[in-house]
Design a protein around this ligand. Structure first.
Ligand code: 4AD
Ligand code: MG
Length: 430
């Protein structure tokens, strides 16, 4: 019977067949150990020369690292390690015998690994990261739908910018028109809330940013959420509930992966509402105390975020940034119109921004003035301005960067490992 390794616990003592890859092989004169991975898990097949026929023994000793194999045997519980199962092989065959595998046991530099990303993805650490990434995506869909958000798919080819115009990928459309790759689906979600109330999108976005930091990708995945009648305070509550739920789900469902990554889970267990909150004014004050030369109306730099988040044991909202450093669509704070009703959510342990969000400007006149101040093409934003003419309501939203979330939850230094095929300033391959 063909089964997945993840189902071994239900088949102890039974004869089963697994299909997968040998990620490590070892043999002596009379016994061979094939460590097999099938995508669902890992196991060791023990091949005793006397227990198998000649063809199976030959296959076992000819198996090279990363050869694809089919192994039949009896499932046995590991004598010492609980929850670990082995396969006492009765038959072994090779599907394809791998050439010498370029990724060895020795340490490789990041460039070598990224050049071989198509193979590196098979490493247990990379398996663990992709499984956690998938768990985060699934948790997000579950939470959003349980909280009345429906998925609205927003376009990738767009006629305007959503965030800064300096970070736009421009492409030739038809009839001499230009199109831009989406930076966020937010503006389209703002249209959809008047139809569905609360919605979210989840897809690839693009930033032509000449940033070469551990937090920046050129192509990354964003989940934007938008809700009618939600104001600043509630916007933050939604975010802390969502993030706590996601982390909780990973802790319940992905301990094996977190162990492979040697992630210290204590800081993750702490992730429960309410999160810390600092106004931008308070954050600047703290940063100055820490020796930063940040000015009152400056945006926080990556180093500032790192310093700040090292002080706290939970995510922190930094709210009410100066309007001048934030996007045109944010609503000014009525108590201080030089600032906006926004918040960036910073992950602890030095990770920094994982979410950007705000209450949106809902007045037609104020939004038009902002579009003009930012020298944005008014005609292209006519449809967006329309939303403030036909039943405008207070509304808010936010967007998380999936790779930043994965990097933090997995405890990775750089976002390049969090996406299957990273697009970086100096890398488009493989
Ligand atoms: O802060 P950002 O630019 O916000 C927006 O795009 C809003 N329109 C979202 C919204 O309100 N619906 O981006 C949101 C998040 C950031 O907090 C960060 O996690 C991630 O996207 N992000 C990046 N991740 C990887 N590489 C980059 N170059 C990123 N730029 C932003
Ligand atoms: Mg941001």
């Amino acid at each position: 019977m063909f089964i997945l390794i993840s189902d071994f616990s239900k088949h102890v003592g039974e004869s089963v067949t697994v299909k997968g890859w040998a990620y490590n092989v070892r043999s002596s004169g009379s016994i061979a150990f094939l460590q097999i991975r099938d995508g669902s898990g890992f196991t060791q097949a023990v091949v005793a020369k006397l227990a198998v026929d000649e063809a199976a023994w030959q296959a076992a000793i000819e198996t090279t690292i990363e050869s694809s194999v089919i192994v039949t045997g009896t499932v046995s519980a590991h004598p010492k390690q609980a929850g670990v199962f082995e396969l006492q092989a009765t038959a072994v065959s090779i599907i394809q015998r791998a050439e010498e595998y370029p990724i060895g046991k020795k340490e490789h530099g990041p460039d070598f690994l990224l050049d071989n990303r198509h193979l590196w993805l098979r490493a247990p650490s990379q398996w663990a990261i992709q499984r956690i990434r998938d768990g985060i995506i699934r948790a997000t869909y579950d939470w959003m739908r349980d909280h009345a958000f429906i998925k609205i798919d927003t376009p990738i080819l767009t006629p305007t910018a959503c965030e800064g115009t300096t970070e736009l990928f421009e492409i030739d459309y038809f009839d001499d028109k230009k199109a831009y790759l989406a930076q966020s689906g937010q503006l389209y979600l703002e249209a959809a809330i008047a139809s569905v109330g609360r919605c979210f999108d989840f897809g690839p976005v693009f930033r032509a940013e000449k940033s070469k930091t551990r937090r920046h990708l050129i192509e990354f995945w964003m989940m934007d959420a938008e809700a009618a009648f939600v104001e600043h305070e509630e916007n933050l509550r939604i975010q802390e509930e969502l993030v706590s739920f996601i982390v909780g789900r990973v802790l319940v469902g992905h301990m094996q992966e977190l162990n492979i990554l040697e992630r210290d889970i204590a800081p993750l267990e702490n992730v429960k509402p309410p999160f810390y909150r600092l106004t931008h004014v308070e954050a600047v004050k703290k940063l100055r105390e820490l020796g930063s030369n940040i000015s009152d109306m400056d945006d926080l730099g990556a180093d500032d975020e790192t310093k700040l988040t090292q002080l706290y044991d939970k995510p922190i909202f930094i709210e009410k940034y100066p309007a001048a450093v934030k996007a045109f669509y944010m609503k000014p704070d009525p108590t201080d119109p030089t600032r906006v009703l926004n918040a960036d959510l910073l992950a602890p342990e030095g990770y920094g921004e994982i979410i950007g969000g705000s209450q949106r400007e809902d007045s037609y006149e104020a939004l038009l003035a902002r579009i003009r101040e930012h020298n944005l093409p008014e005609a292209a934003f006519a449809w967006y301005l329309d939303l403030r003419k036909y039943g405008s309501v207070p509304h808010s939203g936010f967007g998380y960067g999936l790779e930043r979330l994965v990097a933090w939850i997995c405890g990775l230094h750089h976002v390049r490992e969090t996406i299957p095929f990273p697009r970086l300033l100096s890398r488009l391959e493989p």
